[in-house]
Design a protein around this ligand. Structure first.
Ligand SMILES: Cc1cc2nc3c(=O)[nH]c(=O)nc-3n(C[C@H](O)[C@H](O)[C@H](O)COP(=O)(O)OP(=O)(O)OC[C@H]3O[C@@H](n4cnc5c(N)ncnc54)[C@H](O)[C@@H]3O)c2cc1C
Length: 220
């Protein structure tokens, strides 16, 4: 049984930030994640509004490209280009790793390859490898299928299925492309540029995709 003042479940940006802050305030912090290393695999399209950096100043070495506009494609109509949309494309794995490193520097003990299996009513957290941990404060930052949420009866039921791949771009672009179509019900598609490649993905509601949606971008 490991002991701590604060136990953080999940070392994404939320958990790592919470771990860092609690450690800076003098708490003994243990923070853990089921991933083998911070931020990988990347489960994000990696776009953030520029205001995130203005307000939090945390992006540092993770920015890969500036974004200045958003193009919205609705079915086969000409795209609607919205200029004045400042943002950044990140290397999300590098960003996550930097936040975890900040938590470590602040004194938090971080553990990867640590899968939370169960949280019992007395607050004991049991890991898949049989270890158990306890702390007076447990921070559930373990994502949309949160074990912490389940333990307090708060389970997300409206989930969107997403898929994303990296594709080469024919030419660099500074706009993010968003695709709205009846073929992508309850969600949308995206092409977010990162230098000479882009994150191409789609998220759909519970009904799944209809037909074979092919994005017609300015980069086709
Ligand atoms: C396809 C996709 C595209 C996205 N694109 C964008 C975007 O472009 N811009 C943007 O701002 N946001 C985007 N998001 C959302 C963004 O990724 C999330 O808002 C963000 O990651 C939330 O951070 P978090 O720390 O709360 O959770 P997460 O980053 O999800 O971190 C939760 C952590 O908990 C860990 N965990 C889960 N279960 C357990 C368990 N049982 N035991 C141990 N550890 C566990 C996970 O491994 C994970 O590391 C996207 C999300 C998806 C899925």
């Amino acid at each position: 049984m490991l002991d701590a003042d604060v136990l953080v479940l999940g070392l994404g940006p939320a958990g790592a930030s919470a771990a860092a802050e609690a450690a800076r305030r003098g708490c003994r912090v243990i923070a853990l994640d089921r991933k083998r290393e911070a931020g990988l695999p990347v489960q994000c399209a990696e776009l953030v509004p520029a205001m995130v950096d203005v307000e939090a100043g945390v992006l540092a070495g993770a920015v890969r490209q500036r974004i200045d506009a958003m193009a919205t494609f609705v079915e086969d109509d000409a795209p609607d280009l919205k200029p004045g949309f400042p943002g950044y494309m990140l290397d999300r794995a590098a960003f996550d790793a930097s936040v975890v490193e900040a938590a470590r520097q602040a004194g938090a003990r971080t553990f990867f390859s640590s899968v939370v299996n169960r949280i019992s009513r007395d607050g004991t957290v049991t890991l898949a490898d049989g270890r158990s941990l306890r702390a007076p404060v447990i921070i559930g930052a373990d994502g949309p299928r949160s074990r912490a949420g389940k333990a307090i009866g708060s389970v997300n039921t409206e989930l969107v299925e997403t898929r994303q791949i990296a594709v080469p771009l024919k030419r660099a672009q500074t706009a993010t492309d968003i695709f709205l179509s009846a073929d992508i019900p309850g969600g949308y598609g995206w092409l977010f540029p990162k230098g000479d490649v882009a994150n191409l993905g789609a998220g759909v509601g519970p009904g799944g995709c209809h037909g074979n949606f092919v994005p017609q971008t300015n980069n086709s």
